[in-house]
Write a protein that binds this ligand. Structure first.
Ligand code: ATP
Length: 750
């Protein structure tokens, strides 16, 4: 007799597959995985997803590829006992607020028409599938009635209806799932682009990394966004489906036997309360699991990025130890997560199966007394299970909900930082900061327009006024009250003991650090629309106020191409040799047709480079690139690496000195007026160093270099000495020294 198989599990009864005798376990969940959200576990995919409820998206295996920029944030927050281990999960109100803040922007974005239409279609299809489920409920009743009455003709008819129902209904379920998945992908794509824009805006990525503000931002962009969009959509459909389902099946059950409905209501409310109580720690555990998995994966990425250094040190034993430590933290957290899940599942499974016999037991006496037909028993079991599933959403989905809450929490935290990184980052800081201004020295009208007499001399390039520089969060003072002016050809060498603040001085000029006070004014010819209409005579109090106002309006960290920085670590982009040379002034699209390819989304098109906001020199031709490689004595790499368009891991295949020469090739192509070099020739021999300085001098570039080597004196006119700041000393910790020609010549003879 088919009856026992029909009282399998709540979700099974909700399906048109009612007649297929599946063991309860296979149909026990409306979610593909009720396991914890960890990627250490293989997620079990249910072979037959229940058609009437959209399954929750599994929280996908985390694939985290961390950029080196995020290295230290993770490192610094990982070692030792994690302070986040004591983390308390956000309360429900915060979670709901965060959910709304993260989810809402897409639905009113430039893609809102598509988004809303598609969402409406998914909801309509979901409604259709619920209708089909209700239809199957009645078909099931008539089918079993025919079977119990031994009415062969009716039985064949019902069987045909059933088959017809399957043929017509199944496409609805498939198309609904497809439409939901494609909408979720579209949503995710928009969110990815939205978060990436904010992550790169105002160099937030640098601030997050250098100040260890949050862990693993890359994981949040890659994995959490994906989980969020998939699960949010599935959840909304589940809720919607449950509401419609409840209305449809409550009528049926109420019609058969009202007390059964009341018992069900009490049972599910009690069950929900108990599962919330038992599973309250799961959100925090899931949050920590995400973090620990990402930390472990990032440790492995670091080994890949620093393979050569580790191999030189022979540090594999140490690395292994460190990585195993990270894995152990993930493992320990997951063990705790599994224990909590197991305890919850004892309850959930008991809750799920305990009540299965109830509807049949309650209505069976009515069948025996002839008040109802046999098929009605099946119908009541089916309706009962539908309603049980609807009322028990929280119980059945608790582990998915807690994993989803962790995702909401992580994304909400990230969103808050991206939204308001200025106030967040400077939370503990005063209002003072270093102001950076770009003034167009070609357009005196801008200066006159404010009623100020222009005092900019054409050859002036940089003016620093009363710069006091501190490390982020104002822990240490590095430079006090520095003022200087750089005119064309005033090549300046910055020297001083290690750790005194030479690189930090360049950081301040580049706008990466603004902790301190004072003004940094660049006089440029290509400030374009970002030209500042302020007087160069900034000594008056009035103009300082103006500087402040201007600073507030200025788009942060926009730098004209006439000012170029070379960092201490040569940076090679992932791509071709051509892309190395064009970086960062021009972008070279790898696939120019990408934006026009069918199915491509407008918001995924390549963003204009930050440098696009300024006028920039004409893009170099292939001849220019070949020539510049010759000028930096790298002509041979064209033949070694098959021309400009081959892709290599450049930081591995080029020596450090070659990478430094390539960086000089970049700046020669960009034709800046002023460059700031941070030990940019440290890996070069004296002859190559002298050659490169001759090249930039010949190109009419003025330079400020940071370095320790005595030979650097040969190419500069003045030295700025910065000594370590001593809080007890009241004097400035810097002084200037002109480099005499004689000394230079003696040096070069040596
Ligand atoms: N992100 C940071 N947060 C806090 N302090 C920092 C940070 N980065 C550097 N510092 C500190 O600021 C001080 C100055 O560092 P900086 O890199 O400017 O030194 P430097 O003079 O260039 O040294 P070197 O010659 O060794 O390169 C150092 O004591 C350093 O530890």
């Amino acid at each position: 007799m088919a009856f026992p198989s029909m009282v399998s599990a709540p979700a099974s009864a909700a399906q048109p597959l009612l007649l297929i005798p599946l063991p309860p376990q296979r149909l026990s969940a409306t979610c593909p995985s009720t396991r914890p959200s960890s990627s250490l576990l293989h997620r079990t995919k249910i072979s037959l997803p229940p058609p009437s409820l959209p399954p929750l998206m599994p929280l996908r295996c985390r694939r985290v590829v961390r950029s080196s920029a995020a290295a230290e944030s993770s490192d610094s927050s990982n070692e030792g006992k994690d302070k986040d281990d004591q983390r308390v999960g956000s309360d429900l109100k915060t979670l709901l607020k965060r959910f709304w803040k993260v989810a809402a922007p897409y639905w009113s974005s430039e893609d809102k028409v598509q988004a809303r239409l598609r969402l409406a279609a998914v909801f309509a299809l979901t409604l259709g599938t619920t209708g089909i489920s209700v239809g199957f409920n009645f078909l099931g009743r008539d089918f079993y009635n025919a079977l119990a009455n031994k009415d062969q003709e009716q039985f064949t008819k019902q069987l045909l209806y059933y088959l017809g129902g399957f043929a017509g209904g199944i496409p609805f379920f498939v198309i609904r799932d497809y439409a939901r998945e494609t909408l979720s992908l579209r949503w995710r794509s928009w969110m990815t682009s939205y978060y990436m824009k904010r992550y790169f805006k105002n160099q937030t990525f640098y601030k997050i990394q250098s100040q260890s503000i949050i862990d693993n931002p890359d994981q949040r962009i890659v994995d959490d966004l994906s989980s969020f969009t998939g699960t949010a959509l599935s959840f909304s459909l589940i809720l919607f489906n449950a509401a419609v389902d409840l209305v449809s099946f409550s009528n049926i059950l109420f019609g058969i036997y009202p007390p059964l409905f009341v018992v069900l209501l009490v049972y599910s409310l009690g069950g929900t309360a108990i599962s919330v109580y038992l599973g309250k720690g799961l959100v925090t555990l899931n949050f920590m699991q995400e973090k620990k998995e990402a930390d472990f994966r990032y440790g492995l990425v670091r080994v890949r990025e620093n393979a050569e250094s580790i191999a030189f040190y022979g540090g594999e034993g140490n690395e292994m130890q460190l990585l195993l430590q990270r894995f152990r933290r993930a493992f320990e957290n997951l063990t705790e997560l599994l224990i909590s899940s197991r305890n919850l599942e004892f309850f959930t499974n008991g809750y799920r199966y305990l009540i299965q016999i109830l509807p049949a037991a309650v209505v069976a006496p009515m069948y025996f007394s002839g008040k109802i037909e046999f098929g009605v028993i099946n119908q009541s079991v089916s309706a009962f299970n539908h309603i049980l599933s609807d009322f028990s959403l929280i119980v059945f989905q608790f582990q998915s909900i807690s994993a989803f809450s962790a995702v909401i929490d992580r994304l909400g935290e990230f969103d808050d930082i991206l939204d308001d990184n200025e106030s967040y980052i400077t939370e503990h800081e005063s209002n003072d900061e270093v102001n950076i201004l770009f003034i167009d020295n070609k357009d005196p009208s801008l200066l006159v327009s404010n009623g100020y007499v222009p005092q900019v001399e054409r050859h002036q390039l940089l003016k620093i006024q009363n710069l006091t520089l501190q490390t982020p969060r104002r822990k240490n003072i590095l430079i006090t009250d520095l003022s200087l002016e750089i005119n064309e050809k005033d090549h300046l060498l910055v020297m001083g003991p290690s750790g005194s603040g030479k690189t930090s001085f360049l950081r301040a000029l580049a706008g990466l650090w603004n902790t301190g006070k004072g003004n940094v004014i660049f006089y440029v010819e290509d400030a374009g629309k970002h030209a500042r209409s302020v007087s160069a005579d900034t000594d008056s109090s009035k103009s300082e106020d103006m500087l402040k106002t201007e600073e507030e309006q200025r788009p942060k960290n926009r730098r004209p191409s006439s000012v170029f920085f070379l960092p201490q670590k040569p940076y090679m982009v992932l791509g071709t040799l051509r892309q190395q040379l064009l970086y960062p002034t021009w972008s070279d699209k790898i696939h120019p047709d990408l934006n026009n390819s069918p199915g491509s989304l407008p918001f995924l098109s390549q963003a204009p480079s930050l440098a696009d906001e300024f006028d920039k020199p004409e893009k170099p031709t292939i001849d220019d690139m070949i020539q510049v490689l010759e000028r930096v004595r790298l002509g041979d790499i064209l033949s070694r690496f098959n021309g400009l368009d081959s892709i290599y891991e450049w930081s591995s295949v080029l020596s450090l000195g070659e990478q430094q020469r390539l960086a000089f090739a970049r700046l020669l192509l960009s034709k800046p007026k002023l460059i700031l070099l941070d030990e940019s020739t440290s890996a070069l021999d004296g002859a190559n160093e002298a050659h490169l300085y001759r090249q930039i001098e010949a190109a009419g570039i003025t330079y400020i270099s940071v370095g320790h080597r005595p030979t650097l004196r040969n190419y500069h006119k003045n030295i700025l000495y910065i000594s370590k700041y001593d809080a007890r000393g009241s004097e400035r910790n810097w002084h200037f020294e002109p480099i005499s020609q004689t000394a230079t010549e003696a040096n070069s003879t040596c």
